[in-house]
Design a protein around this ligand. Structure first.
Ligand SMILES: NC(=O)c1ccc[n+]([C@@H]2O[C@H](COP(=O)([O-])OP(=O)(O)OC[C@H]3O[C@@H](n4cnc5c(N)ncnc54)[C@H](OP(=O)(O)O)[C@@H]3O)[C@@H](O)[C@H]2O)c1
Length: 269
């Protein structure tokens, strides 16, 4: 096969679980990958794969078909990738790019287990399913990085990481951040209840307020967004000053992110 064919060749998705299905849905929603360019490998029947099949994707094609693939997106559990990839690698074109979305499996580990394929690591959130995800990208190889970006940019705010080690920090912020936000919402509701609201009303107010704040955030500077609500001498300013007294909010989030980074490193070791 001529090398140039790979530039527009098919993309293989290996694994259609929680993240794999979200990626597939995002590609179909945004058109980032045409269904006719998609091959999906999945041991069990998955609704997302069936939806893609109905639009022209191939599900579990004969392994010979993988030879045309320009990218192989590896979305299986980190403990399984070696056994999953072993039967596939004899069929891959030597110019194909391995796109790993697995947490904690480093590029040197992948290269040692797979061989010489260019590797790009991408850490996406499941928000890609709605075309509104976040993805951190790292690759030593510029062409592999460009391919990783091209696959995720249409459905995610995509950032390049300068160093592979930063993947753990990016995961601690972006991968875990939604859970921190939900925990903050819960704590705000509990604080509202402590201030006298009934629990259900406090939760409705906290949820609705933070949803609407997230919608309104856009790209404006965070200081400007805060200043618009917290006028000097007002009640919001009093609340913020309490929240940040002795830098406690910043310190708490530094500890939170550091704990998640540590855990990411332990799991990848
Ligand atoms: N979930 C997230 O939010 C998230 C975020 C960032 C990164 N990740 C990474 O994404 C990867 C997948 O996570 P997940 O949450 O999507 O896990 P998951 O829901 O368990 O999905 C893994 C999928 O791999 C499939 N699989 C197993 N053996 C296979 C094979 N031989 N060929 C093809 N597929 C095979 C499984 O299929 P069956 O269901 O048929 O067994 C399963 O659906 C992990 O490495 C994780 O670190 C996940």
């Amino acid at each position: 096969m001529p090398e140039s064919a790979l530039a527009d060749g098919p993309v293989v998705l290996v694994g259609c679980g929680r993240l794999g299905a979200a990626i597939l849905e995002g590609w179909l929603l945004t058109g980032a990958v045409a269904p006719s360019d998609l091959m999906i490998l999945s041991p069990s029947r998955k609704p997302a794969a069936e939806a893609a099949r109905a639009k022209g994707a191939r599900v579990n094609p004969p392994l010979e078909a993988l030879t045309a693939a320009r990218a192989v997106v590896l979305a299986v559990k980190p403990a399984l990738w070696r056994q999953v990839m072993a039967p596939l690698t004899p069929f891959l074109h030597d110019q194909a790019v391995i796109v790993s979305v697995m947490a904690g499996v480093t590029a040197p580990t992948l290269a040692e287990g797979l061989g010489g394929w260019p590797i790009v690591r991408v850490m996406p959130t499941t928000g890609v399913a709605r075309g509104r995800g976040v993805a951190s990208v790292w690759a030593a190889d510029a062409a592999a990085r460009a391919l990783g970006r091209a696959l995720f940019e249409p459905m995610a705010e995509t950032v390049d990481l300068a160093d592979e080690d930063l993947m753990d920090a990016a995961t601690a912020v972006a991968g875990s951040g939604a859970a921190y936000f939900y925990a903050f919402t819960q704590a705000l509701a509990e604080a509202g209840a402590k201030a006298g609201l009934d629990a259900a009303t406090a939760e409705t107010l906290a949820r609705a307020t933070l949803k609407s704040a997230a919608d309104a955030m856009g790209d404006e500077a965070l200081d400007a967004l805060i200043a618009r609500i917290a006028s000097p001498g007002g009640s919001t300013r009093a609340g913020l000053e309490s929240m940040q007294s002795d830098g406690r909010l910043t310190a708490m989030l530094e500890d939170t992110v550091a704990a998640a980074v540590r855990r990411n490193r332990e799991m990848g070791a």
